[in-house]
Design a protein around this ligand. Structure first.
Ligand code: NOJ
Length: 491
């Protein structure tokens, strides 16, 4: 090519990001895939495991689950974990993110009866991953608190902090020699707001505006305590890294007034968790403190329903993450709203109404409209507010009814990976890795097995639970192999 042509090509490349970085992933960027214990393991009452809140909810209230199913057997990963690892090998991913079931380790949550069989299961899974050159990434809590602790209030009981620390300690002691990536807690909003505030998750307490805030308060302290435990006792010898994963929904307004509401929603949905840990000031977002306090006072409360951290607690929680885990799926439009002044609820506190824009394509899931640009915007929002932390995308994926020729899922992955690459190259956001949710179809909480996110199809009518790669598995495999987004080719 002569110089003139090269110049023309270069000038053209400035106009569109597609030429600027050629959709190539940065050096050292990690690819992975993920599952969680309750969603895939099954063996709910095997190997010494205790009952958790999802066992209880699905057994007592099957009517709350779209197809009345449960995780009793799920994908049977408790017995088929070697097949799961073989699928990761086939995909060529660098890491596998799984979660550890608390009641498999401590069946009742209390630290007096360690279930060695449960520990052995995870030890074998980790060994199998390492033997195949795959990095284990372990989530310590992915929504399955032991029922015995729930009977004492679960995450609303301040003593949960001590129980969580003892549970984490036994994991660091026994698995920390081999696990170098830890995520303390997955998606606090879903745990507290959806599980304690309403009935979208177990334990379905439905005490919005009270139990959700108590849950969050203890959860943040429990996370920080585990981070400090790692720092003080294990970091030097084990040399790992500890993060915290938050679900991001990109809220956006249409007018200046609505932009205020959208920002408030970002703060009260995402900042609720990110501000105490990742901001330089620490503590809950100021706007959240103001709004909950104001509404509480108007309702006759003597103090805000949002508990207060002491100055020491603010310092103790601040900075307790080596990286931020971001789960991203969807976006919403937002505008300010005036809800009934007397009702005690999280939505009455934030005073924001939100909805899915009619122009965004929908998925099978009612909560899920597609907006890849929202992903890029959310990443920028994080960068600006929290001093550009290291981010791992710990989940991103697409639900359908279980098609093998899942071209819509491929579109979703391609568009979101492109939005992420734009954020990395054009906006300098520090994204270090990406996780496709999920390795295989699994128990999608209140939607049972009706909504499927897998790269692999799982036949749930067959006791062997055979797994079959979907088109998207082949697509993801190609991206991981070439380390390039085959954007035009596969469109
Ligand atoms: C986030 C949760 O962590 C995961 O368990 C769930 O299956 C996905 N979102 C999809 O809803």
């Amino acid at each position: 090519m002569d110089l003139a042509l090269i110049t023309v090509a270069f000038v053209l490349s400035l106009g569109t990001s597609s030429f600027a970085y050629n959709y190539t992933f940065p050096e050292g960027f990690l690819f992975g895939t993920a599952t969680s214990a309750y969603q895939v393991e099954g063996a709910w009452i095997e190997g010494g495991k205790g009952e958790n809140i999802w066992d209880r909810l699905t057994h007592e209230r099957p009517d709350l689950i779209l197809d009345q199913s449960n995780g009793d057997v799920a994908c049977d990963s408790y017995h088929k974990y070697k097949e799961d690892v073989a699928m990761c090998v086939e995909l060529g991913v660098q890491f596998y993110r799984f979660s550890i079931s608390w009641p498999r380790i401590y069946p009742h949550g209390f630290s007096y009866n360690l279930n060695k069989e449960g520990l052995l299961y995870y030890s074998k899974l980790v060994d199998e991953l390492l033997a195949n050159g795959i990095i284990p990434v372990a989530t310590i809590y992915h929504w399955d608190i032991p029922q015995a602790l729930q009977d004492l209030g679960g995450w609303t009981n301040p003593l949960v902090v001590n129980h969580f620390v003892e549970y984490a300690r036994v994991l660091f002691d026994n698995l920390g020699d081999r696990i170098k990536y830890w995520i303390t807690i997955n998606e606090p909003s879903q745990i507290c707001q959806e599980g304690y505030g309403n009935m979208d998750k177990a334990p379905a307490l439905n005490l919005s505006g009270i139990a959700d805030y108590l849950c969050g308060h203890n959860l943040l302290k429990a996370h920080a305590a585990v981070y400090h435990l790692y720092n003080d006792t294990y970091r030097e010898s084990q040399n790992g890294t500890v993060g915290f994963t938050i679900n991001g929904v990109w809220y956006e307004g249409n007018s200046t007034y609505d932009d205020d509401a959208a920002e408030r929603m970002m703060q009260m949905y995402f900042g609720w968790w990110a501000h105490p840990i990742f901001s330089s000031q620490g503590d809950y977002p100021p706007v959240m403190k103001t709004f909950v306090a104001r509404k509480s006072a108007a309702q006759g409360y003597r103090r805000s329903r949002l508990p207060e951290f002491t100055p020491e607690e603010i310092e103790y929680i601040k900075g307790t993450a080596d990286f931020m885990g971001l789960n991203f799926y969807t976006a919403r439009k937002a505008k300010g709203a005036e809800y009934d002044g007397l009702e005690v609820s999280y939505s009455n506190d934030h005073q924001v109404e939100s909805w899915i824009d009619r122009d965004w394509p929908m998925t099978i899931a009612p909560w899920f409209g597609i907006n890849p640009l929202g992903f890029r915007k959310h990443l920028n929002w994080i960068k600006e507010r929290y001093n550009s932390p290291d981010i791992y995308i710990t989940e991103n994926g697409y639900p359908d009814a279980g098609e093998i020729d899942d071209f819509d899922r491929i579109d979703y992955y391609r568009e979101h990976l492109k939005a992420m690459l734009d954020a990395i190259y054009e906006d300098n956001v520090n994204v270090r890795g990406y996780t496709a949710w999920s390795l295989m179809d699994n128990f999608e909480w209140m939607f049972g097995y009706a909504h499927r996110f897998g790269l692999y199809y799982v036949d749930l009518t067959d006791p062997q639970r055979p797994r079959t790669p979907k088109r998207s598995a082949l697509y993801y495999k190609e991206i991981v192999r070439t380390r390039q987004l085959t954007y035009e080719k596969l469109k």
